[in-house]
Design a protein around this ligand. Sequence first.
Ligand SMILES: CC(C)(COP(=O)(O)OP(=O)(O)OC[C@H]1O[C@@H](n2cnc3c(N)ncnc32)[C@H](O)[C@@H]1OP(=O)(O)O)[C@@H](O)C(=O)NCCC(=O)NCCS
Length: 257
Amino acid sequence: MKFDSRSVRISPTATIGHNVRIGDNTVIGDGVHIGDNTVIANDCWIGEPLSDYYFFEKNYQNPPTHIGANCLVRSHAIVYAGTHMGDHTSTGHRVTIREYTRIGAHCRIGTNCDLQGHLDIGDYCWLHSEVFVAQGTRLGHFVLIYPKVMFANDKMPPSNETTGAVVADFGQVAACSVVMPGIRIGQHALVGSSSVVTRDVPDYAVAVGNPARLTRDVRDLLDPDTQMPLYPWPMRFSRGMPWAEVGFEAWQKARTH
Ligand SMILES: CC(C)(COP(=O)(O)OP(=O)(O)OC[C@H]1O[C@@H](n2cnc3c(N)ncnc32)[C@H](O)[C@@H]1OP(=O)(O)O)[C@@H](O)C(=O)NCCC(=O)NCCS
């Protein structure tokens, strides 16, 4: 249905691994590498040229693009040249990933996400649907970003001074929040939904509201029924995470020794 080899175009300078499936109407551009067992669904553009190409720069050369092994790129995604996507990473539909975005392994980039380029995203990051990530934003490992979050990078627009925000390992930003330029959200910190984050959020802090205020330590948030601690979240959530078999504490211990 989606893999009938209709109108698939692959540049002669692309390298395609073993057992790769490419959907109908998809284009694989110049200098793209696709790792083994990866699926690129229908109507995608991988290795979309940068703007110089459209201005007919004579010596334009697409920067290399790397899509790892065992990835799934769903239909209508546009991945610009210069992107690096680690193994086992997947995207939803209609995702835009602009140039020089580095995404680690085992990440999930939700439907309609708009990644504006020049980004550094670690391993095991989950971005839910419709997240906007401005240039220069950096996400550590195991960062969870919920729907419609917006990372800004220009405090006084329009300007030439842009600074991306940072979310440290295990940090979370809940739905519909805005993170202002240059803000650091600490390890295991939690930003509540619809917050506007104008100041740094320390490790393990909960910040909520507009402007976001620190309300408590994330470890003090208890399940109302059991009165058990809910955070740090890896203690009670492991689906798709590397500690799924052994538990977070044992995994972390092994990692730090
Ligand atoms: C951060 C969060 C877990 C806090 O939950 P909580 O149990 O209400 O937290 P607290 O008990 O510490 O709340 C302290 C105060 O801050 C207020 N508050 C909590 N979250 C708030 C938010 N996002 N915005 C504004 N105020 C908030 C509470 O109403 C309470 O006010 P009060 O003292 O006047 O009653 C929750 O707000 C949240 O954002 N959850 C994530 C939702 C989400 O986006 N899920 C993922 C996508 S589906």
